[in-house]
Write a protein that binds this ligand. Sequence first.
Ligand SMILES: [Zn+2]
Length: 362
Amino acid sequence: MADRQQSSPLAHDTDYACALNLGELNAHLIAGMSSWQRLDVCPVCDSQSVARFATCRHFPYSRCRACGFTFANPVPPNEVLDAFYNSPFYRNYRRLEANRIARDHYFSISMYTDMHRLASWLGGDQALNILDFGCGPGAFLALLRDEFGFTNVEGLELSQVSVEFARQHYGLTVASSTAELQRQSYDCVILIEVIEHLPNPAAIFSQLTKLVRPGGHLLITTPAVDNLLGRFFPSLCLHYTAPSHVSLFTKQSLANLLSRFGFEIERIETDACFPALDRAAMSLAYDLDFASPQHDDDNNDALYTPNRVGRLLGFQPRRSAAKGRFGRALQKADQFLMHHMWWRVPRVPKTDHLYVLARKGV
Ligand SMILES: [Zn+2]
């Protein structure tokens, strides 16, 4: 009975697996790192000006001085990525997503902006052929179909559990490989929080851009590292979660990648705020790590583990940076700086997330 429940992607199973923190898991995953491929050239813009940047939870990142693209280097091979995506650490995210969708129909752990706003970017032509590349359990596609009236929506997803979920729960058409896709090209291909997971985004782009018809669109969301923490204090930035996030973009590097494949950016937005002060204050007594979900509402994976100072003070691990009156005051100060100061200071990087609609040349 327990086995049957666990094997069904629709089962409401609150039994989250006991999982190592990301730092602890990575200590195992890097065992063969000396044999991994090391890149001396930027995989996005081909610049040879690539420098070591930082090591976050055992994974070294390099940064391209020309375009700012920041990537796990040496590049974790497929067997390491497979081990990660099949680990209890990662499976808990899929479990949380399935459990949350049971009570919140369009829940998506990958959506950092209002889904309806993003969907409105696609315009009003309900006959568009839309492919969600890496659709996960399919919430965004279901929203496009059910709330926006798009009738020709299809998903592509590698996780078999998510493919089954999207088919059974939402009744979506979902392929598990490009060979299974219903069409050879689409009016719009969607990549929501996908490209940061690809060890060689340019190689995948050469395939996936063929799936966009001339004059068609790509809709992309991805974390961005051209902000104060991402650029100068990576140990405090939530985006450096290799082997999950192995390719981190800046506005410039994403624009370069799109232009290389014949796309022109039509619309680009970023988040209104990024926290820096509360993370900086936390870093005095805590190290940042990541913990996988332990219950259905646990979608804040940042884990602050007391460092030497914190241990001396008797602090306990925390799942959130901004807590209590002091944390909220720092958040307000962040918002104030963001709205009134940092926007006005030239050369201070401010982008925490990118939302991009790009059109393919005809
Ligand atoms: Zn580059």
